[in-house]
Write a protein that binds this ligand. Structure first.
Ligand code: ZN
Length: 431
């Protein structure tokens, strides 16, 4: 999993004035600063963004969603360090095929350690640390882990070209017979995640090697893994196109491409079949025959790097995240100080249900001004004297709908149910 942040400026013709204007307005760097999501500082360095509380909330929520989906699909999570000895990457092949993207090694006594350019070698070593029976396969190992890239063009303020990357990664160790099902299941997880996130892929790409020496030489293994991925794509019924020169150095991959407002494509999600690293690390499992057999490694990422995924979400939604992902899900607006106790009580009930609610009282301005200020918040619960009497709220939705006043607890139930289901809908009940 190491070429997730390759940009492909492939669609310049669609760069009309309209889309240019939209892409400026929705530029994630601009919105990230305006919405207090993330920022950078020259003293920390280019390509090294930090996350402010609202951005951190979005990121944390996204990460927990991914971990939940992975747990449900039978993945087990591990943690592994972001550093490793140079030898680890010599074995994996990164050192000879990928070193121009790696940070220079650090001298530590007689050893050299490097910031890792990918998580795969650590996971291969973790697999190797215990013996495995064929009964344990497919063994699905997942981690949302840090990796580093010596990006020279780190654009100050952006999340798309970064030097410190948090990758949603997983490696499935399995038999050859299991590869197609596992890769197909990974594609299905990607489809579900895109639905929850409100992301439309622009295309699926079968990424093959191109000319040049950056690939490991093993023609038979390349042929087999390409055939397997082709089978997976054909079985999925998804339209796709093949692209030469986009493979990882150790194998072909399926890339799920998204585009920004200006039509610039990038890869979010990938599924790869790898015969190379199991060989290099001498991985095996004990088969039904009692003998040692070589597993295949399926590398897959559902949302790619967290940085790129959030950048895309910010641009795609113009900051109006799906309700389950919004930093503030519900803003409570008491019309006067008299309704403040109701508002505070409602905020507490929201927090008890795991919802992120805030009270914006009259001290923050007129009701109209507070509503405008909260225009990206999915739910605005207005409480006037009439509603306060029997604990009701007049609910406004971000899309402009205004609902009849209803019991506050009913609103909490409904919002908790919609966000718990990771729905992109704002409302599914009576108006
Ligand atoms: Zn990998």
């Amino acid at each position: 999993m190491n070429d997730n942040s390759t940009d492909h400026h492939s669609n310049h013709n669609s760069n009309s004035d309209d889309s240019q204007e939209r892409s400026d307005r929705h530029d994630h760097r601009r919105l990230g600063r305006e919405l207090d999501l993330f920022d950078t500082d020259p003293l920390i360095g280019a390509g090294l963004p930090y996350w402010l509380p609202d951005g951190a909330t979005v990121r944390h929520t996204l990460e927990e969603y991914i971990r939940g989906e992975e747990r449900r699909a039978g993945y087990r999570h591990v943690y592994s360090p972001v550093l490793g000895k140079r030898e680890l990457y010599e074995i994996s092949g990164h050192w000879s095929h990928y070193s121009e993207d790696m940070f220079p090694p650090m001298e530590l006594g007689s050893e050299q350690v490097v910031l890792r350019p990918s998580l795969c070698p650590h996971h291969a070593v973790i697999y190797r640390s215990r013996s495995h029976s064929y009964r344990e396969l497919p063994l699905r190992m997942a981690e949302l882990g840090g990796m580093y890239r010596s990006e020279l063009s780190g654009v100050l303020g952006g999340l798309t070209r970064v030097r410190a990357i948090q990758l949603n990664d997983a490696h499935i160790f399995c038999t050859l017979d299991q590869v197609a099902d596992e890769a197909g299941a990974a594609l299905e997880m990607i489809r579900r995640a895109y639905e929850a996130l409100g992301i439309d892929p622009v295309r699926y790409r079968l990424s093959l090697p191109g000319p040049g020496g950056k690939y490991v030489a093993a023609p038979e293994l390349w042929r087999r893994s390409t055939a397997l991925l082709t089978e997976v794509l054909d079985r999925s019924g998804l339209p796709y196109e093949a692209a030469e020169g986009e493979a990882a150095f150790y194998g072909p991959k399926i890339d799920v491409q998204v585009a920004d407002g200006a039509g610039r494509e990038s890869t979010l999600s990938t599924v790869q079949v790898d015969f190379h690293q199991p060989e290099r690390f001498g991985l095996h499992y004990i088969g039904a025959d009692g003998g040692k057999h070589r597993p295949v490694m399926v590398h897959r990422s559902i949302i790619g790097s967290v940085e790129r995924a959030v950048a895309h979400l910010v641009e795609q939604h113009g900051g109006a995240f799906p309700p389950w992902l919004a930093p503030t899900q519900l803003v409570i607006l008491p019309i006067s100080d008299a309704e403040l106790p109701n508002a505070v009580s409602l905020a507490r009930r929201c927090a008890d249900r795991g919802l992120r609610a805030e009270v914006a009282g009259p001290e923050s301005g007129s009701l109209g001004a507070r509503i405008r200020e909260s225009r990206l918040v999915p739910y605005q619960a207005v409480i006037g004297a009439k509603e306060a009497v029997d604990d009701r709220v007049a609910l406004r939705l971000r899309d402009g709908r205004r609902l009849e006043p209803r019991p506050a607890d009913e609103v909490v139930d409904r919002v908790a149910s919609l966000t718990g289901a990771h729905s992109t809908e704002l409302w599914d009940g009576p108006a």
